[in-house]
Design a protein around this ligand. Structure first.
Ligand SMILES: Cc1ncc(COP(=O)(O)O)c(C=O)c1O
Length: 400
């Protein structure tokens, strides 16, 4: 029987999300309503949903207009357009990730996974019997990946390299030059590269004109690559539970499709219609513009907060995504982040995520803060945390 570890971050959210008043643990850009979505569109009065469409299973791999809108996103700025057939729609990125592992890895396979990251990315391959090695990043190296280390980690049976770009929880990116080196190594060993890109395109500390701006893994000229995306994070629509898998390799898509028949059949027509609307040219630019602006503005608030509380905390400032990984300390020693976060939510109803509990025991003192919520909420949550910390920091245990 397949045995899963507890999914720490999801359990934490489940335990506390509804009990908090200021949720600074959320990884989605501030969620929007369908009315908000329509208001962002350039075409006024355009219906989101067809009320006369029969509620059949719909197109099995996913709504064609949605796959076409996604294919257009992957095809801009490259000389090799991605066909819509190379994209499968899934119930969230979480199912996309699951289907990829379920289709591609098993006992006898070796998987290398970027770390820290969303637990699913290394624990699902483990649960399927694969041997997983963590490709670790650290704050001392600005959470960047060391390509020389990758060379040493590769084994004869390495099947898959998994990255999360931009990275949850740190907000760091795998730079363009590192992506190119990674793909060169993977292609020399015929290893598939999977990139969980659910935080694309929320880039706020690095821009498309920057020479290290990271393209999608699909834009590097290597066919054995798979990208995962989602409407939840960058597009503020987690409630429609829509994600996708895209690959340059039709064989890989066919293989994953075979597994998808067993788990999904098709995805909701209603959710897909909303997703297609959000990603259409008439709406996507305003939606992404709103979220990048919100991320930039809120990160400046968080950055000032961190610098005002330098006595208690430090971090590597994120350049992308929606989360920051902040280290809390007293007299330069890490605080026990689980106790800190539990007490903060129980006493002040401000929700953060403890790093050592949810991302790995080595992240002593670390806390993940999701800062792309509504600005007023961020300010109120940080104000409460500030007064509480000043009062209580001496009573918090260290994690040594
Ligand atoms: C890196 C990463 N991948 C996948 C997911 C799941 O996203 P979705 O809501 O699309 O299922 C998350 C959610 O936090 C995530 O952080």
């Amino acid at each position: 029987m397949v045995k899963f570890e507890h999914f720490a971050v999801e359990r934490w959210m489940d335990d506390y999300e509804t009990k908090s008043t200021h949720n600074l643990a959320e990884t989605c850009c501030a969620s929007i309503s369908l009315d908000d979505l329509q208001a962002l569109s350039e075409v006024k009065g355009l219906s989101l949903l067809s009320h006369s469409a029969k509620m059949t299973y719909g197109e099995i791999p996913g709504l064609k207009s949605l796959r076409t809108n996604l294919a257009n996103l992957y095809s801009s700025k490259t000389s090799t357009p991605l066909p819509a057939e190379n994209i499968l729609i899934t119930p969230g990125a979480i199912m996309a990730n699951h289907l990829i592992f379920y289709s591609l890895v098993g006992p006898g396979d070796h998987v290398i996974c970027h770390y820290p990251t969303y637990q699913q990315l290394f624990d699902t391959p483990r649960s399927l019997g694969a041997e997983v090695d963590l490709w670790k990043t650290s704050p001392e190296k600005n959470w960047s990946l060391d390509i020389d280390e990758l060379e040493k980690m590769i084994k004869k049976n390495t099947k898959l390299i998994v990255i999360n770009n931009p990275q949850n929880p740190t907000g760091a990116v795998v730079t363009k030059s590192n992506l190119e080196k990674l793909v060169a190594i993977a292609s020399a060993h015929n290893i598939t590269v999977m990139s969980d890109e659910v935080y694309r395109p929320i880039f706020h500390g690095i821009g498309p004109m920057d020479k290290e701006f990271p393209p999608s893994i699909l834009s590097l000229g290597y066919n054995n690559t798979i990208a995962v995306g989602s409407l939840s994070k960058a597009y503020s629509l987690a409630g429609i539970r829509t994600g996708w898998i895209a690959s340059r390799s039709p064989e890989m898509i066919a293989r994953i499709m075979n597994a998808r028949h067993y788990t999904t059949i098709s995805v909701s027509q209603l959710d897909s219609a909303v997703a297609s609307y959000a990603l259409a040219a008439h709406t996507i630019h305003a939606l992404i513009g709103r979220n990048i602006k919100l991320a930039k503005n809120n990160l400046e608030i968080l950055d000032k907060w961190v610098s005002d509380h330098r006595e208690f905390c430090d971090y590597v400032k994120p350049v992308a995504g929606t989360t920051a990984f902040i280290r809390f300390k007293r007299d330069s020693k890490p605080l026990n982040s689980e106790t800190l976060c539990r007490r903060l939510v129980e006493e002040e109803k401000v929700l953060w995520v403890p790093g050592s509990h949810s991302f790995g025991p080595e992240f002593k003192g670390f806390v993940r803060i999701g800062y792309v919520c509504e600005t007023e909420d961020l300010k109120a949550g940080l104000d409460k945390a500030s007064s509480w910390l000043k009062k209580e920091v001496a009573t918090l245990p260290l994690d040594e």
